[in-house]
Write a protein of this length. Structure first.
Length: 394
């Protein structure tokens, strides 16, 4: 997706919010129909049946008929695709969409004349039932087939044109790099570089904590609570923008400099799962686990790996993660006590001392991880350079 900032007028914003409400309504009704399905019951309606039901609903309700049929029907098509992805095992189950959080809709069958440039920094896009809406022409717009209009929690509108991500050609220098992702250091490279993802500044973080305390004290449904939530959303959006900018620049830099990029094979969704548990079996160290989850998400672990796959397809290899941080990158001796602190690794076998994250990155760059029994485990990627076999120290 190639995303641009949308600049609707106040009247256009009201029409866009109506499109978002209709798309959300249709999506949630489809979720409800599939939620009632149980084993032994008749199958839930598919896209064709739901589209027929939508036509009947539009004929009966004037407020629904006043909206764009393309927006409503495309919500059903998107739900059908999301359901297929769930049963294929590649995505989670489609869930409810909430007002203020999941605001957006998709337009397909876009013609060439539906996007035009006005001047150097401004363009216009045609949206059904809304008309021509301006957007910031910040870079070249790709060939348009479909686009998605969204509104984030900070109240900003964006338009994303569907396009194949541009692949960055390999430099052809044969260079291999290992990337160790962490919380204190966002990305440590086997070359010795330490990269940090920018977040909120000190004063911004202090302001966020004050606003969160105000939110906890505000009465539900009050104007004050709405105002405080909007202020928090703007700070969160600023943090997310900085993280995304860092991910884009870092992934581009790695794709341009190295032929092979090796990262740990991590299940980030499972790693950031809540530890609260249930009333019958409450979790332990819940506050510490919540802080770790926030640190992982704030450093963009998943975003970085995804963008590397997009920009360097076929050149990203995933290495088994166990023991990469406990193995000496020089003598391959495995010792859980060698990591003296978050930053210091000191091997008790050969005496090698190095930054702990860089040592782990070099193990990842070697394309090998160590199992609990001390055997060498080779990367599962098909594209791998041959590695010499080395024995572990006793």
């Amino acid at each position: 997706m190639s995303r641009f900032r949308l600049l609707p007028s106040s009247g256009q914003e009201s029409a866009l919010l109506s499109h978002c409400a209709h798309a959300r309504l249709v999506w949630n009704l489809a979720v409800e129909q599939h939620a009632h399905w149980r084993a032994g019951r008749k199958g839930a309606p598919g896209f064709v049946s739901q589209a027929r039901q939508l036509t009947e609903a539009r004929a009966e309700f004037g407020w629904l008929r006043a909206g764009a049929q393309m927006v409503q029907q495309q919500a059903l098509r998107d739900f059908s695709q999301a359901t297929a992805n769930f049963f294929a095992g590649t995505h989670g189950r489609p869930s409810w969409r909430k007002q203020g959080r999941n605001e957006g809709f998709r337009i397909v069958a876009v013609k060439a004349g539906h996007v035009r440039r006005l001047n150097r920094g401004t363009g216009e896009v045609w949206i059904p039932k809304v008309g021509w809406v301006r957007f910031k022409w910040s870079r070249q717009v790709p060939a348009v087939v479909s686009y998605r209009v969204t509104r984030d929690r900070a109240g900003r509108w964006h338009i994303a044109f569907a396009a194949e991500p541009a692949e960055i050609p390999a430099p052809g220098n044969g260079a291999v790099v290992g990337v160790d992702r962490g919380v204190k250091v966002s990305a440590a490279l086997s070359t010795g570089e330490l990269l940090s993802c920018p977040g909120l500044r000190v004063k911004e973080a202090e302001r966020l904590r004050r606003l969160q305390r105000r939110l906890a004290a505000a009465k539900r449904g009050s104007n004050r609570r709405v105002r405080v939530k909007n202020q928090i959303a703007r700070l969160k959006a600023r943090e997310a923008d900085r993280r995304k900018d860092w991910v884009e620049k870092t992934s581009t830099m790695l794709a341009r400099r190295f032929d092979v990029i090796r990262v740990e094979d991590l299940n980030i969704r499972a790693m950031t799962r809540s530890a609260r548990g249930t009333l019958e079996a409450p979790g332990r160290n819940v506050a510490q686990k919540a802080g770790l989850n926030r640190g992982i998400l704030a450093n963009g672990w998943g975003q970085l790996a995804t963008r590397l796959d997009d920009k360097a397809p076929g050149r990203v290899e995933r290495i088994p993660a166990p023991y990469t941080s406990q193995t000496c990158s020089v003598c391959r001796f495995v010792d859980r006590e060698a990591r003296e602190s978050q930053a210091v690794f000191r091997c008790r076998s050969c005496g090698h001392t190095q930054h702990a994250d860089i040592n782990a990155a070099r193990n990842i760059a070697a394309g090998r991880a160590v199992t609990a029994r001390g055997d060498l485990s080779i990367s599962r990627s098909k594209k791998r350079e041959p590695q010499p076999t080395r024995l572990l120290s006793a």
